[in-house]
Ligand binder design. Structure first.
Ligand code: AMP
Length: 343
């Protein structure tokens, strides 16, 4: 397995990663970091949860290290990297990560987004910051107010470009790009690549490397645990785990309809409120079970793969593979019921 050190990151960055508990790079990090350290443009196909933030932020930070300084003059801290995101939530999250990665290097970062008083952002901008994370509209407000300068920007990141397109930010993006120095490194990330995104990439990126992480990779936000147990004692172990850890909203996958019913019955006998959904249940029965599961009135939902399609529960905390799926894709699909949207 590759380490962050082998990717060529500097000791001060490695120290921050170590403190954050990042043991090894995710697939997108492994691919993006070496290329971005060399200053190549990158077009990345990746969703949230793959570790894409660190994939673009770490090389960006490392390339700014020669400029890092503790000087107090704002002139010593021009904006050198601009990271654009579609939403304020993502902007905040990205800047928090940047700050954490910069813990041991004197580079300053700031996040600016709309919907809050612009005057609170101005004094911080005036002190000088190297890495700016922004939503497009608010960035342009600052440009118009002349409260920030983009003439020293040498790195541009467009995060979740397809969402920026959906939210109507394309004209803003074009205006912003026109304000940047031509000589710069560009990285663009998107989960999907409709025609307009490809056109945008063509107009912004310079001979980019296209990096795609397998769509069927599991999100890094999901902790996966295996419990070795004898076949006959699986049910007991499951009941034990649910009870002893006080788990609720547990989605359990079984291989057969029969096994699905049986497990739900046995859990109920063990005092754990459970219901089953599978292909032999009517649509009405399935909806009823799902609603009760979502509302928290049943603790465990036992399901087969087919019946589980379309289950979308916000913040579902636990998925159990009671019977292993037959292929890796089903496994990814099953556990992807949790860890959604960065949770
Ligand atoms: P992202 O896809 O960038 O939103 O990252 C998803 C989550 O994974 C964030 O909470 C990161 O802090 C975390 N993360 C990113 N890279 C790693 C890594 N190499 N090891 C462990 N956690 C990571």
């Amino acid at each position: 397995m590759t380490t962050f050190a082998e990717l060529g990151l500097a000791p001060d960055i490695l120290r921050a990663l170590d403190e954050m508990g990042y043991a090894s790079p995710t697939p997108i990090q492994e691919q993006v970091i070496p290329l971005a350290l060399q200053g190549g443009d990158i077009l990345g196909a990746a969703q949230t949860g793959t570790g894409k933030t660190a994939a673009f932020a770490l090389p960006l930070i490392q390339r700014l290290l020669p400029f890092a300084n503790t000087g107090t003059s704002p002139a010593k801290h021009p904006i050198r990297a601009l990271i654009l995101t579609p939403t304020r939530e993502l902007a905040i999250q990205v800047e928090e990560s940047v700050k954490a990665y910069c813990k041991h290097v004197p580079l300053r970062s700031l996040v600016v987004y709309g919907g809050v008083n612009i005057n609170t952002q101005i004094p911080i901008l005036k002190t000088g910051i190297e890495i700016l994370v922004a939503t497009p509209g608010r960035l342009l407000d600052h440009v118009q107010n002349k409260t920030l300068m983009l003439t020293q920007v040498n790195t541009l990141v467009l995060d979740e470009a397809d969402r920026m397109l959906d939210m109507g930010f394309m004209p803003d993006l074009k205006r912003i790009v026109a304000l940047l120095p031509a000589q710069r490194v560009n990285m663009m990330f998107s989960a999907t690549f409709p025609e307009e995104i490809r056109k945008l990439a063509d107009s912004i990126l310079n001979n980019p490397a296209f990096i795609e992480v397998a769509r069927n990779a599991t999100a890094v936000t999901i902790t996966q645990v295996m419990h070795p147990v004898h076949h006959e004692r699986k049910r007991q172990l499951l009941a034990h785990l649910i009870k002893s850890r006080d788990l609720s909203q547990v989605l359990v996958f079984t291989g057969t309809k029969l096994g699905c019913n049986r497990l739900a019955n046995e859990l109920n006998k063990a005092g754990i409120h459970a219901d089953a959904i599978h292909g032999d249940k009517t649509q009405q029965e399935r909806i009823k079970a799902l609603d009760a599961f979502k509302a928290g009135t049943i603790r465990v939902l036992v399901a087969t793969d087919v019946a589980a399609r379309g289950i979308d529960i916000e913040a579902l905390p636990f998925v159990v593979n009671y019977d292993l799926p037959h292929n890796a894709e089903d496994y990814v699909h099953r556990i992807g019921r949790t860890g959604r949207a960065g949770a």
